[in-house]
Design a protein around this ligand. Structure first.
Ligand code: DQA
Length: 148
């Protein structure tokens, strides 16, 4: 199957950005390990990051037109602000898992609300870069169940 991994603003700075909060791995490190894992599981991975809301929306539209089977998304700060990205996911009806590196519930109050969690298949937060791998594993199993 084809799985898109979408990353929101400032995640291009992973490794440098607040390492105590987000860890030492770069986004490229995460991409490399996910691509390896996806290959082993027999999936095609589209990995994407943008600091621009419209670019993420267009990537979701593209995923729809390319019949992408599943999305893993870390909307980053757009988690707490973006009705527009929420609407793109609702419009395209692509099942998705929401991932956050940090435990958003243990931080500022404004990070507790997500525009995505109520429409996500599941949410993973607080487990660092490992969260993406767990999401990919879960997506793999969900896709298998779909075809049975
Ligand atoms: C984040 C959490 C968000 O609150 C924050 O704005 C981010 C990263 C995370 O992965 O922990 O940019 O999504």
């Amino acid at each position: 199957a084809t799985i898109s991994v979408l990353n929101g603003p400032n995640l291009n700075l992973l490794g440098v950005r607040e390492p105590g909060m987000y860890g030492n791995k770069t986004l490229l490190d995460i991409q490399n390990s996910l691509e390896l894992m996806a290959g082993q599981l027999g999936h095609q991975l589209n990995f994407f990051q943008s600091n621009a809301e419209h670019a993420i929306i267009e990537q979701i539209h593209l995923a729809y037109s390319q019949s992408v089977d599943f999305i893993i998304i870390n909307p980053a700060a757009f988690t707490h602000t973006s009705v527009a990205i929420r609407d793109a996911l609702l419009a395209t009806k692509i099942a998705f898992i929401e991932v956050h590196l940090s435990n958003v519930h243990a931080r500022e109050a404004f990070r507790r609300h997500s525009y995505f969690s109520d429409i996500a298949v599941g949410v993973i937060c607080g487990l660092g870069a490992r969260g993406y791998e767990l999401a990919l594993q879960a997506a793999h199993q969900i896709l298998l169940e779909r075809t049975h």
